[in-house]
Write a protein that binds this ligand. Structure first.
Ligand code: NAI
Length: 289
C-alpha cells in the first residue's frame, strides 16, 4: 500500500486529521504534528475513524493494521527532515502560520513543498521573506476532507509551472479534484461563500427568519446539502468568524463582507459549533436541536 512518499500534516484538528487520513488511504506515510495536549484527541479520532470503517464492513483487520503502520502522531517538527509534502492546517492565524513556516524552513529538505490549508489568508505574504518562497503554495481542502472532492491549489507570484504541475499530480494521487486558483482573498469558494454566510446572519439578526427556517429554505429552494447555519456549525463558528474577518480586511473593509456581531457573540460564549457540542444549534444529545 505504501507509495514511498512522506506527507507531514501540521495541526490535527477538524481539517488536519481528515487530510492526514486521506493521504494515508492513498498510500502516503503520514506524520501528524500537533501540540502535546492535542495528541490524545487525535489518536482517539483516528481510532474512531477506523472502528467506523470496520463496523460498516469497509475495512478488514489487515486494512486497520496497514493504516496504523502508515500514520504517526508526533509533537515536534523532526519529521520535516524527510517529508516530501508538508501540509499546514493549524489555526487561521497569520502570525502563527508565519512563525511555523520560518521553523519549517530550517527543518525541511530543500526539495519539499510547504502547503497551507488556509481558508482566507494571503499565501503570498506567508511565503514572503523565505529563502525559497517558490516552495510554498496553498492546498485548500474542504470540510470534511474525506468526503469533499475539491482542492483549490493556490498559486502565488513565485509558484512556477513545475511546482504547480507537481501539486496537481499530488492532489490527483490522493483522489481529489484539483483546481488552480490565484492567490486572492478567500480564493474562489470562500469568497462566494461569504455572501452565503453573511447575508444569512443578517436575515436572522434582523428578525426576518430563524436559522432553521433559513437552512430549510436553502436546502429545499437552493438544493444545497446543508443550509448556511448547519454549514457554519460544521466548519466551526470560530473558523468562520476568522475567515470572514480576514476577507473583510483584505478587501479594504468592503461592506458586503463585514462580519456580524452574532458570530462574535457565539465565539465569546464558546459556542463554536459541532466541535464544542453547541453553536447555532445544540448537539449535546447526539443529534441536532
Ligand atoms: P481546528 O481548530 O479544528 O484545528 C487546529 C489544530 O491546530 C488544533 O489541533 C491545534 O491544537 C493545532 N495547532 C495550533 N497551533 C499549532 C502549532 N503551532 N503547531 C502544531 N499544531 C498547532 O482548526 P481547523 O478547522 O482544522 O482549521 C485549520 C486550518 O484549515 C485553518 O487555517 C482553517 O482556516 C482551514 N480550513 C478550515 C476549514 C473548516 O471547515 N474548518 C475548511 C478549510 C480550511
Amino acid at each position: 500500500m505504501e507509495n514511498g512518499k512522506h506527507v507531514m500534516v501540521i495541526g490535527g484538528g477538524t481539517m488536519g486529521q481528515g487530510i492526514a487520513l486521506v493521504c494515508v488511504l492513498s498510500g502516503y506515510r503520514t506524520t501528524v504534528v500537533d501540540l502535546p495536549a492535542a495528541i490524545p484527541r487525535i489518536r482517539t479520532g483516528v481510532e474512531r475513524f477506523l472502528a467506523d470503517r470496520v463496523k460498516k464492513g469497509k475495512f478488514s483487520a489487515a486494512d486497520v493494521q496497514n493504516v496504523m503502520g502508515l500514520i504517526a502522531i508526533e509533537e515536534d517538527l523532526s519529521a520535516a527532515a524527510s517529508a516530501d509534502w508538508i501540509i499546514e492546517a493549524i489555526a487561521e492565524n497569520f502570525d502563527a502560520k508565519k512563525k511555523l513556516f520560518s521553523d519549517l524552513e530550517k527543518a525541511m529538505k530543500t526539495e519539499a513543498t510547504i502547503c497551507t490549508n488556509t481558508s482566507s489568508l494571503s499565501v503570498t505574504a506567508m511565503a514572503a521573506g523565505m529563502r525559497n518562497p517558490g516552495c510554498v503554495l496553498g492546498l485548500h481542502f474542504f470540510n470534511p476532507p474525506a468526503v469533499m472532492p475539491l482542492v483549490e491549489i493556490v498559486r502565488t507570484c513565485w509558484t512556477d509551472e513545475a511546482t504547480a504541475a507537481k501539486a496537481f499530480e499530488f492532489v490527483q494521487s490522493i483522489r481529489k479534484f484539483p483546481v488552480l486558483v490565484k492567490d486572492t482573498p478567500g480564493f474562489i469558494v470562500n469568497r462566494i461563500a461569504r455572501s452565503f454566510a453573511v447575508e444569512s446572519l443578517k436575515i436572522v439578526t434582523e428578525g426576518i427568519a430563524a436559522p432553521e427556517q433559513v437552512d430549510r429554505i436553502m436546502r429545499l429552494g437552493g438544493n444545497f446539502k446543508m443550509g448556511p447555519f448547519e454549514l457554519m456549525d460544521m466548519v466551526g463558528i470560530d473558523v468562520n468568524f476568522a475567515v470572514t474577518r480576514s476577507i473583510y480586511r483584505a478587501f479594504f473593509e468592503e461592506p458586503r463582507f463585514r462580519p456580524q456581531i452574532l458570530q462574535q457573540d457565539l465565539v465569546n460564549a464558546g459556542r463554536l459549533g459541532r466541535k464544542t457540542g453547541r453553536g447555532i444549534y445544540s448537539y449535546e444529545t447526539g443529534g441536532k436541536k
